[in-house]
Design a protein around this ligand. Structure first.
Ligand SMILES: NC(=O)c1ccc[n+]([C@@H]2O[C@H](COP(=O)([O-])OP(=O)(O)OC[C@H]3O[C@@H](n4cnc5c(N)ncnc54)[C@H](O)[C@@H]3O)[C@@H](O)[C@H]2O)c1
Ligand SMILES: O=C(O)[C@H](O)COP(=O)(O)O
Length: 528
């Protein structure tokens, strides 16, 4: 039974789902990095929000970890590169808290416009300072949205409803989508120059870090108001502080901070700053959504191999998983077979071509390619799996080409893997027999029909009389039982191949004897 650790505060709905699905679940929140490192080795899955940090060091202490599930959107607390290198799938729940967070941004905009927190505090203190709090109307004001994805779009929709003029900067916002949303697409300098309110909704990545800094603030309208419910680090806090103190910025509403938890911050001293402790996603509805979704997704992956909303591997829907899984097995075995043959010869792999023919061409082939690469690399690189194999291939300069042919060949469905080294090219192909059983049907373009079995011996020989008798006698003299025997040849008297399944591994002495037989070109043991 797979075992999952929940290390941040998640709705109890998640535990319920994990347990119902048959996933053992522990909940341990508030752990220090060292405490988490000490126990993570026992788990197959880790469910988190933004508090737990999934670092390279944590991943190194997690040999059994297969999946990290982020109940929420931002994955900047996960070292994705290190997770991929360790073969760990990272998934998030990209939509579950989007409405809630957009509503928080709108609430923050109102709070700023009418100074609600200060007015509330003053009234509760019995001051009745009616003249102190003069607000601004939102109607007809210009809202500049930086990042018009899931959350930014919902903010745009709500702001249009409030009769604001909405302008947006997002390099991936199409003209058509902008029209649908009722926003005007602008470049960033224009947004800075025109907006009365600016709200941020981008991820924190190198290209967005300090997107609002001193230089940007200098180009903004006098009295601009800034809202950040996305990530601390998008706004340079020192520059914002200066802008607020000088009056250039009339107010700021911040849900997120450069350092979190934010317990001390010079911005807290200013009365035109509204702050919340990273509450954007904190509604009962959103937390229920993301907890249910992350638990379903992680259970699916651990129990069935279905992958959804993964940041670092291609998706396999729960519906497709039963159809894709036998092909993944076939692709992996072809990769393992080809890898073992290639390993037996000298030469660095330079190119891998994967052809999908017939029925398999209809499926999402990305996970199949990843599985084939994982099979190919597993004998050479410890820990290679379908998450990290494409990256490992890229790092090693291996060019990977996928070809999809809808037409069926002799087989109704076929995967062919061709491995090129500097000196050689080898190909193997396989099909699914009876819909799910992986079968090898071609080696080096020579037809053959063989199941993949635990211990195999692959021999290439000259197609001349005498080979089969001598080969059989060599094995039987050594007391080795042949379970299955398959022969194939390119043409009569030309190159021939022989593939046998054995009940046990072949001793080195017998392998040497086979290699020494007349007509044998090479003999390679292959294990699965
Ligand atoms: N405060 C919270 O509790 C809370 C809750 C949920 C999400 N978030 C954060 O909100 C942010 C947005 O989430 P989302 O679900 O809308 O993400 P999303 O991926 O749907 O949208 C992000 C958008 O930013 C755009 N973008 C990327 N780089 C940009 C750049 N340099 N300039 C302008 N636009 C750029 C992208 O094209 C995309 O459309 C994330 O950082 C997420 O972590 C915060
Ligand atoms: O990216 C997110 O989903 C939000 O920042 C929410 O973070 P939280 O789950 O820690 O509230």
């Amino acid at each position: 039974m797979p075992k999952v650790l929940i290390s941040d505060k998640l709705s109890p709905a998640a535990i319920e789902i994990f347990r119902t699905r048959g996933v053992e679940t522990d909940v341990k929140t508030g752990l220090s990095p060292a405490e988490l490192r000490a126990i993570i080795g026992a788990y197959d899955g880790l469910a988190i929000r933004s508090a737990s940090k999934v670092t390279k060091e944590l991943l190194e202490a997690a040999p059994n970890l297969k999946v990290v599930g982020r109940a929420g959107i931002g994955v900047d607390n996960v070292d994705i590169k290190a997770a991929t290198a360790h073969g760990v799938v990272v998934m998030n729940t990209p939509f579950g808290n989007a409405i809630t967070t957009a509503e928080h941004a709108i609430a923050m905009m109102f709070a700023l416009a009418r100074q609600l927190p200060e007015a509330s505090a003053s009234t509760r203190a019995g001051k009745w300072e009616k003249n102190r709090f003069m607000g601004v109307e939102l109607t007809a004001k210009t809202l500049g949205i930086i990042g018009c994805g899931n959350i930014g779009s919902i903010v745009a929709d709500r702001a249009v409803g409030l009769k604001m003029k909405v302008i947006a900067f997002d390099p991936f916002l199409s003209d058509k989508r902008a029209v649908e949303l009722g926003v005007e697409k602008v470049e960033l300098p224009e947004l800075f120059a025109r907006a009365d309110f600016i709200t941020l909704h981008t991820p924190l990545v190198d290209g967005t870090r300090y997107i609002i800094n001193a230089a940007a603030i200098a180009t903004m309208k006098q009295g601009v108001r800034i809202i950040n419910c996305a990530r601390g680090g998008l706004v340079e806090e020192a520059a914002l502080l200066e802008g607020l103190q000088s009056g250039k910025v009339a107010g700021a509403a911040l849900d997120v901070f450069e350092v979190e938890p934010a317990k001390e911050n010079p911005l807290f001293a200013l009365e035109n700053v509204v702050c919340t402790p990273h509450l954007g996603a904190s509604t009962a509805e959103a937390q229920e959504n993301v907890a249910l979704q992350v638990a379903e997704q992680m259970s699916d992956y651990l129990l069935t191999g279905a992958v959804s909303n993964a940041i670092n591997v291609p998706a396999i829907s729960a519906e497709d998983a039963p159809r894709v899984r036998p092909y993944m097995e076939l692709a992996r075995r072809l990769g393992e077979f080809a890898g073992q043959l290639t390993q037996a010869k000298d030469g660095v792999i330079t190119h891998v071509t994967i052809e999908y023919e017939g029925a398999v061409a209809q499926l999402n082939h990305k996970p199949l390619t990843a599985a084939a690469l994982a099979g190919l690399m597993a004998p050479m690189i410890t820990g290679a799996n379908m998450v990290n194999a494409p990256v490992l291939a890229r790092e090693r300069g291996i060019e990977v080409t996928e070809t999809v042919h809808d037409r069926a060949s002799e087989y109704q469905t076929l995967i062919r893997l061709t491995i090129a080294t500097k000196t050689n090219t080898r190909s193997v192909a396989g099909t699914l027999f009876a819909g799910s059983k992986a079968r090898l049907v071609e080696i080096k373009g020579i037809p053959v029909e063989a199941d993949f079995s635990r211990h195999m011996l692959y021999v290439t020989n000259q197609d001349k009389p005498g080979f089969i008798g001598r080969f059989g006698a060599t094995l039987s003299d050594a007391g080795i039982n042949i379970a299955t025997f398959h022969l194939g040849r390119a043409a009569a008297g030309g190159d021939a191949i022989c593939l046998v399944s054995l009940d046990e591994p072949l001793p080195e002495t017998v392998l040497d004897a086979v290699r020494a037989l007349p007509l044998v070109v090479q003999a390679t043991p292959v294990t699965f």
